[in-house]
Design a protein around this ligand. Structure first.
Ligand code: GBH
Length: 450
C-alpha cells in the first residue's frame, strides 16, 4: 500500500543544508546594466509568441538591484544556503575573451554578502543564458561551445575560488537540449533532433572540462552537475520495454556518462522517440577521451525533482499523477524516494546527493501568500527525502525552487514558483505561508508530520 508518514517529526542528519534557489535570468533584471551582453533568452523573449504573456526577463524580480535586501530576507528566514546562477553574458559579454569587471563585481558582492550573513553560496555556472554571439556561432550543437564554457568557468573560479562556495556546472542539460534545440519551447528556439543530440553531448563535455578547470584552479569547495530526473512507470503490463527506453532518454542518458563514463546504447538513437537511426551520427560527436572528461570525478550529484510520468507500450507519455498549474508536472512525492533510492542502488560509485530544485507553482497566475498547496507539497517531498535517508541514501542538501516568484521562462510571469511573493508592480516581497513553515523546518532540522 501507499507509504504512511509517521506521527512524529522526521529528523534530518546533523549538518543537513537547507536552502532556496533562483537563476540569473529569472530574477536579476537589469539586462543591459554594467556591460552585460545579450543572451539567447533576451533574443528569444523578444520574439512575438514565444512567452505566454509577452514578457521578458526585465525587470523580473529586480534582484540585480535589490540583492542586499533579498539577502536580509534569506537571513530572516534562516536559510543555510542560497543557490543562484552567474549570468555568463555579465562576466563575458560576448561569450569569449576577457572578463567584464563590473559583471564579476556583482557576484563578488553577492557572495561576500551571503558569507557575511552566514549563508553558504551555491553557484550554478550555467542556467540557460548563453551569450548570443555563441549561439550565432552555432550554440551548444557546436563542439567549440564546450571549450568556451570551460574558459568562462575558469574566469569565475579565479574570481570566486576563495569564497568556499559550492559549485554546479550546468543546470539541466536535458532541458536545454530537448526543449531548447529539440522542440523550440525554450531559447534558442531550434526544432531539430540532430541539434538536440549534439547539445546533449557538448553540454556534458562542457561540464567535464569545467570540472577539470576547477581542479586545476585550486578552488576549495565542491562541484557537481544539476540533472533534472524523472521516474517513469509502465502504465500497462506490456509497457516495460518502452518504459526502459524512455528512462534512457530521461535519466540514463545523463547519469551514465557522468557517473560511469558510458552512454546507454538503448537511449542513443531514440531521443524522445524521434530519431530511430541516429546512432552513427551520435557516435561521430564523441571523440576519443570525451567520456573520460565527462566522467571526471564530481563531489556531489545534484538532482532536481518535480514529478513523474507514465509510459504506455508504444512509448507515449501518460498521466499517472495529478498535475499542478504547470501541465508537465505530475505530482508524486513517492517518486522522489524512488529516484533517490534508485540512483543509490544503480550507481554505487555516485558521490553524495543533493536536491537543488523541488517545488510547485501557485494554483493560478495571480498567486497567493496563503499557499497551503505548496506547503503540503514541500512537506510530503521532505518526508520522502527523510525516508530515503533512513534507508541509506546519502542526501546532504535540499533547495526549494524557488526563493522568489520570478520569470518562469516560456510562461513568463503567469506561473509563480516562489516561497516569497513578488508584487511585480512594486517589487514588494511578502513571505508566503510556505516560507514561514520552511523556516520552522530549518530551525527544527526536521519535517513536521501530517
Ligand atoms: C526547472 O526545470 C528549471 O531549472 C527552473 O529554472 C524552472 O523555473 C523550474 O524548473 C520550474 O519550471 O514547455 O511544455 O515543453 C524543470 C524541468 C523541463 C520543466 C522543461 C518544463 C518544459 C515543458 N523543465 N519543461 S514544455
Amino acid at each position: 500500500g501507499p507509504w504512511e508518514p509517521p506521527a512524529d517529526p522526521m529528523a534530518f542528519p546533523d549538518g543537513f543544508v537547507w536552502g532556496a534557489a533562483t537563476s540569473a535570468y529569472q530574477v536579476e533584471g537589469s539586462t543591459k546594466a554594467d556591460g552585460r551582453g545579450p543572451s539567447i533568452w533576451d533574443t528569444f523573449a523578444a520574439q512575438p509568441g514565444r512567452i505566454a504573456d509577452g514578457s521578458t526577463g526585465d525587470p523580473a524580480a529586480d534582484h540585480y538591484r535589490r540583492w542586499a535586501a533579498d539577502l536580509d530576507l534569506m537571513k530572516a528566514l534562516g536559510l543555510g544556503a542560497y543557490r543562484f546562477s552567474v549570468a555568463w553574458p555579465r562576466v563575458q559579454p560576448t561569450g569569449s575573451g576577457k572578463a567584464n569587471p563590473k559583471g564579476v563585481d556583482f557576484y563578488r558582492r553577492l557572495v561576500d554578502g551571503l558569507v557575511s550573513r552566514g549563508i553558504h553560496p551555491a553557484i550554478t555556472l550555467y542556467h540557460w543564458d548563453l551569450p548570443q554571439p555563441l549561439q550565432d556561432a552555432g550554440g551548444w550543437p557546436v563542439r567549440a561551445t564546450a571549450q568556451r564554457f570551460a574558459d568562462y568557468a575558469s574566469i569565475v573560479f579565479d574570481a570566486l575560488h576563495d569564497s568556499g562556495a559550492r559549485w554546479l556546472t550546468i543546470n539541466e542539460p536535458k532541458t536545454t537540449a530537448s526543449v531548447g534545440y529539440g522542440t523550440s519551447a525554450h531559447a534558442p528556439g531550434a526544432d531539430d533532433v540532430e541539434q538536440y543530440a549534439a547539445a546533449v553531448h557538448h553540454q556534458l563535455l562542457a561540464h567535464g572540462l569545467a570540472v577539470q578547470a576547477f581542479r586545476a584552479s585550486g578552488a576549495t569547495g565542491d562541484i557537481g552537475i544539476a540533472l533534472n530526473l524523472m521516474p517513469v512507470y509502465p502504465t500497462t503490463d506490456d509497457a516495460a520495454a518502452a518504459t526502459r527506453r524512455v528512462d534512457g532518454v530521461e535519466n540514463r542518458l545523463y547519469l551514465d556518462p557522468v557517473l560511469r563514463g558510458t552512454y546507454p546504447d538503448d537511449a542513443i538513437g531514440d531521443l524522445a522517440g524521434q530519431i530511430p537511426a541516429s546512432r552513427p551520427a551520435f557516435d561521430a560527436l564523441v571523440h576519443d577521451g570525451d567520456l573520460a572528461t565527462i566522467s571526471a570525478p564530481i563531489d556531489v550529484l545534484a538532482v532536481q525533482y518535480y514529478g513523474v510520468s507514465g509510459v504506455d507500450a508504444s512509448g507515449q507519455y501518460q498521466q499517472v499523477a495529478p498535475t499542478s498549474l504547470a501541465s508537465w508536472q505530475q505530482v508524486r512525492p513517492e517518486g522522489l524516494y524512488d529516484l533517490l533510492t534508485r540512483i543509490t542502488a544503480d550507481y554505487p560509485d555516485a558521490p553524495p546527493l543533493v536536491i537543488t530544485e523541488n517545488g510547485i507553482p501557485d494554483p493560478d497566475a495571480q498567486g497567493t501568500t496563503d499557499d497551503g498547496q505548496r506547503l503540503d507539497f514541500l512537506r510530503r517531498h521532505l518526508q520522502q527525502a527523510a525516508r530515503a535517508i533512513g534507508e541509506g541514501v546519502d542526501l546532504r542538501q535540499y533547495y526549494v525552487w524557488s526563493l522568489l516568484d520570478n520569470f518562469e521562462w516560456a510562461q513568463g510571469y503567469t506561473q509563480r514558483w516562489g516561497i516569497v511573493r513578488v508584487d511585480f508592480d512594486t517589487q514588494r516581497r511578502t513571505p508566503k505561508s510556505s516560507a514561514q513553515w520552511y523556516s520552522g523546518v530549518i530551525r527544527a532540522n526536521a519535517v513536521s508530520p501530517g
